[in-house]
Design a protein around this ligand. Sequence first.
Ligand code: 2NL
Length: 359
Amino acid sequence: MTDIATLEEDTLRQIAQAPDEPALEAVRVAALGKKGAISALLATLGKMSPEERKTEGAKINALKDKATEALAARRAALAESALEARLKAETLDVTLPAATSPLERGRIHPISQVMDELSVIFADMGFAVAEGPDIESDDYNFTRLNFPEGHPAREMQDTFFLSPEAGEKKLLRTHTSPVQVRTMLGQKPPIRVICPGRVYRCDFDQTHTPMFHQVEGLVIDQSTHMGHLKWVLEEFLKSFFEVKGVKLRMRPSFFPFTEPSMEVDVQCRRQGGEIRFGEGEDWMEILGCGMVHPNVLRNCGHDPDVYQGFAFGVGIDRLAMLKYGMSDLRAFFDADTRWLEHYGFRPLDFPTLAGGLSS
Ligand code: 2NL
């Protein structure tokens, strides 16, 4: 019967060509739904003679089975290609780095890193860290440190003075020594402190910024001598530059707060714009130091006939530049996040002696 054959051909073609699930469902309804073409054919069976019903019934049921099977196969094929398309669209590159937390993304400024390194190195030698205010009195910044009236550092050109308030002369500290003055006034020897922090001077060019960083060290005890000073400086420089040994050279110098006063050079090798410490035949001036002047001890409440000590001062910014290879000091204070991404340190890698200061 051509009717059935045509219907079969049409239905199977429509099933095979249904582009998606809703279209396939529409084909099913049109063929097998209550009012569908195949259902309508089945309904004609009741009016047929028993013989006719036997032959036609078999044909119509076979058509129904074929259509049902074809529907199921097409449905499965559609589902599979839909899944394939989704997988293709949602590809995930598992080799990409995992999303980083802000704790990982942030960077520690090289100055903070070097301050942390210094604290770790000196803590290992029994030093405490002391801090004090950036705004100081003329007394703590100069007078008690044996700076005579009229010393050039006390001039307007070199120091930032604040407008005088109730007669008291205030200034931005020009070194961290006033922190040591405060320590000596408040503590009995033995004293072992380092004082890292910001200091200020009227100076701005290629190698000077009006604010910079310094660490000073102070040891006061009854039998402290220059041998101790030299050992402490050697240990400090060796640890800081992460080398097996360093040679130091001390040259006589002058500071108002120490007597004798010395400038310290550290052994290095300069090659191709690079500087290596702990080797070579060159010398680089690295810090100033000396034995605490008796006047300073007296001014800070200690009898110079009983106590003596040594002190030193180092520029932190220059230490950072020498160790980590930055060439322009001013970039330190530009707050350029790209510079910090390059020169900064990972916040969770806190320096330790055991783990390596800068690894
Ligand atoms: C330098 C020189 C120095 C000190 C700082 C000091 C502090 C007290 C007493 C004695 Cl309270 N001395 N500090 C001593 C010698 C040198 O710094 O060239 N710094 C960059």
